[in-house]
Design a protein. Structure first.
Length: 379
């Protein structure tokens, strides 16, 4: 059995070598191999990784690759865990990505001091073939968005930028840039050694391989786990010791995928199944609501956070997140009108895709899923 991404103990280079992590790269064309493996980006969008990689490689150099470890989702810890436990696997994926797209500069983009320490120690243990910089940014929800990362590394604010240009065309210092989530890079390093066919032995045909998930809430042993795609939500929480009570719902994708009701306990955790349920897998964080936790109170608190955390660059985001917050506050207090419900239903459908980044989509997801899943709640 090939090694997994997940290890209980942090691994320095000696531990990685002893574990046999770094065998020879078995593929001639890593971009073709990650395409054959069906690797999707793990930063939240689930976009096929090879498309971004190929777009950067097709542009004239110089090119830059960025390992994005700025984990803005409040309940997700998998990127931070990966950077502190498997820093060499991330660096290896970053350097292989640089080679694959023809980049001569690499950047590790992160926030937390423990990740800075871990990556610094790992870099001191190896001699990268290309320049590797470590760029530290203040943690915010939007700082991890890829255009925000490129702006920050270029000396600007860590705020998203309207597209075009896409960062694969003009990113860091105006150069074509591949911004790849650190988990995506770790999977790419794994695929480079073990191949697409081995990767596809886990997971499902449409969502192959494994994923890191952060499980919180009503669960016996909250934490980060590596699981194959295709488990049901109940099986997922069984990996972490099981539910501590009958869950009242599931907050999906960090806070990005909205709220699914308890009827989804047997929903399979794949990109396709979760999307078909009206939600999103996002960064892979799932919180089980405890029995008795009031869905409207959770929605009111989290959408208030959205209104507070908006980067306030796009009028539609400032107004939209505030309006969603106010409607949920009215629902929670029992003062909501039929118009509030109708507005939420409409915003859930019409606001996604309207901001310069996907932040507004997350707030709209709450409007859409809470009404669909808990439409019968009394106010
Ligand atoms: S959608 Fe919201 S968070 Fe994203 S750039 Fe616009 S104002 Fe900022």
């Amino acid at each position: 059995m090939e090694p997994r991404l997940f290890t209980r103990e942090p691994m320095d280079l000696a531990a990685e070598l002893a574990a046999g992590t770094y065998g020879p790269v078995t593929c001639g064309d890593l971009i073709a191999e990650i395409e054959a493996a069906g690797l999707r980006g793990r930063g939240g969008a689930g976009f096929p990784a090879h498309i971004k990689w190929r777009a950067v490689a097709a542009n004239p150099g110089p090119r830059v690759v960025v390992a994005n470890g700025e984990e803005g989702e409040p309940v997700s810890h998998k990127d931070r865990w990966l950077l502190t436990h498997r820093p060499h696997l991330v660096l290896d994926g970053l350097l292989l990505a640089a080679q694959a797209v023809g980049a001569d500069r690499a950047v590790v983009y992160l926030s937390h001091s423990d990740t800075v320490t871990a990556i610094g120690a790992a870099l001191a243990e190896r001699a990268p073939a290309v320049r590797v910089d470590v760029h530290v940014v203040e943690p915010t929800y939007v700082a991890g968005e890829e255009s925000a990362a490129c702006r920050s590394i270029s000396g600007g604010p860590a705020l998203p930028q309207a597209r075009p240009p896409r960062v694969c065309d003009q990113g860091v210092d105006g150069h074509p840039t591949l911004v790849s989530n650190v988990e995506t890079l770790a999977h790419a390093a794994w695929i480079a050694r073990h191949g697409a066919a081995a990767y596809r032995r886990r997971g499902t045909p449409e969502s192959p391989g494994t994923t890191l998930v952060t499980l919180t809430g009503a669960v016996a042993e909250p934490g980060v786990y590596e699981v194959p795609f295709g488990l049901t939500l109940t099986e997922l929480f069984d990996v972490a010791g099981g539910f501590t009570c009958d869950p009242a719902g599931f907050v999906m994708g960090g806070w990005f995928g909205g709220l699914l009701g308890p009827r989804h306990a047997n929903l399979r955790v794949t990109y396709e199944d979760v999307r078909a349920a009206g939600s999103g897998l996002g960064c892979g964080a799932v919180t089980a609501l405890a029995a008795g936790q009031e869905p409207l109170a959770v929605a009111a608190d989290i959408t208030a956070w959205y209104a507070e955390e908006s980067a306030r660059q796009c009028g539609v985001c400032v107004r939209g997140t505030a309006a969603i917050r106010d409607a949920f506050a009215a629902l929670r207090s029992g003062t909501a009108s039929g118009k509030d419900r109708a507005d939420l239903a409409r915003w859930g459908e019409t606001l996604p895709g309207r901001g310069a980044c996907a932040f507004l989509d997350g707030a709209a997801g709450w409007a859409r899923t809470v009404l669909t899943e808990f439409g019968g709640v009394t106010t």
